[in-house]
Write a protein that binds this ligand. Sequence first.
Ligand code: AMP
Ligand code: MG
Length: 318
Amino acid sequence: MSAPNPRYRTEILPYGKAAIAEAARLIGQGLPVAMPTETVYGLAADATNGEAVARIYEAKGRPGFNPLIVHVSGLAEAEQHGFFPEAALMAARHYWPGALTIVVPRREDSPVASLATAGLASIALRCPNHQAMQDLLAAVGRPLAAPSANASGGISPTNVDHVLKTLEARIPLVIDGGHTAQGVESTIVSFLDGKLALLRPGPIDIAQLAAVTGLPIGERSARIEAPGQMRSHYAPEKTLRLDAIQREPHEWMIGFGPCDGDDNLSPGGDVIEAASRLFDALHRADDSDKPAIAVAPIPKTGIGAAINDRLSRAAAPR
Ligand code: AMP
Ligand code: MG
């Protein structure tokens, strides 16, 4: 992916009141900020702001979209975004705050942007056990989407130098909280269809988790782990035609810029705005009365590459 725009003089502030206030200000402006958590450094942005979430992908230079973990201040806040079956409640009460990410069905009335959950009907939630992240969540008053604070393909960062190695000049601020305590990403489990499944191993003892929830742990799928390869990744049901200049009569047209349609990802031709609207537009296209979908050409550079990646997966025969 090409070097993202805009570029920043990345500020490094030691964790403290001033750093949290500055981070909250930047996040309020829709920008991502690198933060320590107890697992690895995260790149945090307002999960309810689709364009802010798009800027996470832009900074990481991710070649595609995969669903992000949404960080919350506690179980009460988590329940505003997901439906927690009894076993998931037990897990949250036992392990939160901590290195357990819980995937549950997403509430339709959750204000979390569809880009943060990659259009899925489920949502990954975690309450982190690190004072800096807790302070930031309190200061922002919104859930924070936060994947690891490294460029795509890089190793998860456990100190500020690791973050700067790949994100220097791509983000406005890193908060320095020293070396992270655990150094590996959170354990991810899902509570979907009454079953408990391990999606990513991590710091949590899985046998203990099974005992806490009273559920056996299902086999983890190798495919679900590879970012962007999850079978459950949202893709429309209908056939999709890319780089369409004009719609055919049987098609619902998703426009971009001056190439207009039934919908338009960004009339002004802004790829960040287009990314933030992508999954909502695909859902609307699926719900329309037209049997097929056409999508206008979208630039293939920067985050446009991730948009085209998602669209070409959706267009591929399944
Ligand atoms: P990261 O935020 O980079 O630590 O990665 C988040 C991980 O959580 C990825 O492996 C995602 O595939 C996984 N994940 C996030 N949301 C969901 C979801 N709704 N269903 C299944 N896996 C998820
Ligand atoms: Mg990572």
